[in-house]
Write a protein that binds this ligand. Structure first.
Ligand code: AMP
Length: 406
């Protein structure tokens, strides 16, 4: 019953259970016959434990600050209250104070933990005090950059601060125009930022803080050289805030290279998985698997579902097949234009479609409310990917549910 397809035993998850009592697990195989299963037997939390950490705090520690303790600018404090944030999340509790003080920080935290606020709130406050400060936020995907910018606008409303988003996949001209106002925050993806820097469209010589968000994913996407390039263009004396859900060796090397005496905070790595019920489904391939998926989607509780697949082609095909069979499904993947991707996300956010079929890259870090279920139509390549995928549901302490086809 407790079959687990290559997921390390540490996972302590409910694979093999299915909410309506049907049994899918346990065909006796560990899934090792699939090329991408079993590739990873590394306990990611071991990496986190190895992090050199002047301060180690986990989410099991009680929250020690109220927002009032941070002495935020009155407008910023008002915006936080208006957003309904009453207490800091664990990552905010730990990182806001040192970030306000200009310290370098390594924050090991999942998306969904409130990490965007953990860096934006103190940095906005610092800029409100000193308008000369400039912040560069480097993120892995366009969608995440847009989401960070949306948070920036919400948090900084009425403060007269400006931002620019510099991301690939959309024409550069309108992005150039955003730079005319000398924005306080530039939020972008590594490739476009580097292109603009090399073309002298933007320079970072006055930038005082760099945020590296979702470093593990940026490294997975091959952005290391672009990141190094950008870091070499920022003045040596700058503050660096480094966020990653996991700390593989290469992420630690980046931290060692670019951060000065950082404070390291560990927010439990599988926090968002804790409130996600997790199930394994054994199904065949092809039509049989697709029929099983549809049966699953027909369950009454399946209100807002993200289905993950590996490839652009697979995701596109699955979404088309679901549409053909009457499901309100759309896809997001790297093969789609940016405006199509944004439109699809809006439809999903606004419940005009209820099934989003996505690749890992396209869905990384997205904060979409009320996702009831995540379905892994393909087994994720790594346990990290798995945690990120299922972290799309069960956010902000809501209960979520995940199914993995294996
Ligand atoms: P993030 O991990 O930054 O994507 O944040 C996940 C979600 O938590 C977002 O919807 C945030 O608006 C929300 N959030 C962030 N900080 C708080 C807080 N202190 N209280 C309540 N919700 C929050």
């Amino acid at each position: 019953m407790n079959s687990h397809a290559g997921f390390a035993p540490r996972a302590r998850q409910n694979f093999g259970r299915f909410q309506n009592g049907r049994r899918f697990a346990s065909n006796g195989k560990r899934g090792g016959n699939r090329k991408d299963i079993g590739r990873e037997h590394i306990d990611v939390s071991r990496f986190i434990k190895q992090a050199t950490a002047p301060a180690k705090i986990t989410a099991s520690n009680p929250i020690t600050h109220a927002f009032a303790d941070f002495g935020f600018n009155a407008t910023l404090a008002g915006n936080i209250a208006r957003l309904g944030f009453t207490v800091p999340t664990p990552v905010q509790d730990q990182t806001i104070m040192p970030a306000l003080e200009g310290r370098d920080i390594v924050g090991l935290a999942n998306t969904g933990s409130g990490k965007t606020g953990a860096y934006l709130l103190p940095l906005i406050n610092n800029i409100a005090k000193n308008r000369k400060l400039r912040v560069l936020v480097i993120a892995p995907t366009r969608e995440l950059a847009v989401q960070i910018n949306d948070d920036f606008r919400r948090f900084s409303r009425g403060m007269g601060l400006d931002s620019a988003i510099l991301v690939g996949g959309i024409p550069p001209r309108p992005q150039r125009l955003q730079l005319r106002n000398n924005p306080n925050f530039i939020i972008g993806t590594p490739g476009r930022l580097k292109d603009f820097q090399q073309q002298n469209v933007v320079n970072f010589i006055h930038f005082t803080t760099v945020v590296l968000d979702e470093v593990d994913r940026m490294l997975d996407m091959g952005f290391i050289e672009d990141i190094k390039h950008l870091m070499s263009k920022v003045p040596a004396a700058h503050q660096t805030l480094f966020f990653s859900a996991t700390m593989p060796e290469r992420a630690r090397r980046v931290a060692d290279q670019f951060l000065k005496n950082p404070m390291t905070f560990e927010i439990l790595s599988n926090r968002s998985a804790d409130n996600v019920e997790q199930n394994l489904i054994r199904a065949g391939q092809g039509q049989e698997k697709f029929d099983e998926l549809k049966k699953l989607l027909d369950n009454p509780g399946m209100e807002k579902v993200i289905i993950f697949g590996d490839t652009k082609h697979g995701v596109e095909k699955l979404s088309k097949n679901l549409q053909r069979d009457g499901y309100k499904a759309e896809s997001i993947h790297g093969g789609k234009r940016q405006n199509q991707r944004q439109k699809t996300l809006s439809l999903f956010r606004e419940n005009k479609i209820n099934v989003l079929v996505a690749t890992d890259v396209a869905a990384r870090g997205l904060d979409i409310k009320d996702v009831t279920h995540v379905i892994n139509y393909t087994v994720p390549r790594t346990y990290d990917d798995y945690i990120h995928r299922i972290g799309r549901t069960g956010r902000a302490n809501a209960k979520g549910c995940a199914y993995t086809f294996a």
